[in-house]
Write a protein that binds this ligand. Structure first.
Ligand code: PNS
Length: 159
């Protein structure tokens, strides 16, 4: 069975990695979809996000990393996925995720959203928090794959 795991991955964190890796214990194939959303102001370009996300996931044999520009349910349909995987951290994620899961179900009621609870050490980890810490020169090595740490350092040293 195929699952899709969507996100902005700006940048990928160890929290994303935790959810994606655990998805591979359940599903035969996990298609990670990087959303190309021109209306969202991302720190990293699509090419950069694709590059470091692929690098971070290269040891997970069941995982493919692709870009999508469509509705998420269309991306799932294209790849024969009947499951959308989302990670849930604190309760604050719930309302937004609950709304998206219901809307996606309205768009295609054959596709289910499955939530995996974030592992305790990732419970308060987010891409935006990581970017903020990095912007102030803080240590993010415990939060992101090493490739991403280097990219963030580059980004903020240059700016
Ligand atoms: O990592 P993010 O930013 O929380 O990911 C959000 C994402 C990419 C999952 C969401 O924006 C999305 O599904 N985008 C695709 C467009 C779409 O299908 N929108 C309707 C969902 S209700």
């Amino acid at each position: 069975m195929t699952a899709v795991c969507p996100g902005s991955f700006d940048p990928i964190t160890l929290g994303h990695l935790d959810i994606i890796e655990r998805s591979t214990y359940i599903y035969d194939r996990v298609v990670v979809g990087i959303a190309d959303n021109p209306s969202k102001a991302e720190l990293f370009s699509l090419e950069e996000r694709l590059d470091f996300t692929k690098e971070a996931l290269k040891n997970l044999a069941k995982v493919e990393v692709l870009v999508f520009r469509s509705l998420l349910v269309e991306f799932a349909q294209e790849h024969g996925a009947k499951v959308i995987i989302k990670g849930l951290r604190a309760i604050s994620d719930f309302e937004h995720e609950f709304q998206m899961a219901h809307l996606n179900k309205r768009l295609d009621n054959t596709i289910e959203t499955v939530f995996l609870m974030a592992s305790p050490e990732c419970m308060f980890l987010s891409s935006s928090a990581v970017k903020e810490i990095a912007a102030y020169g803080g240590n993010i090595s415990e939060f992101v794959p090493s490739g991403v740490e280097a990219r963030l350092a580059d980004k903020f040293l240059k700016d």
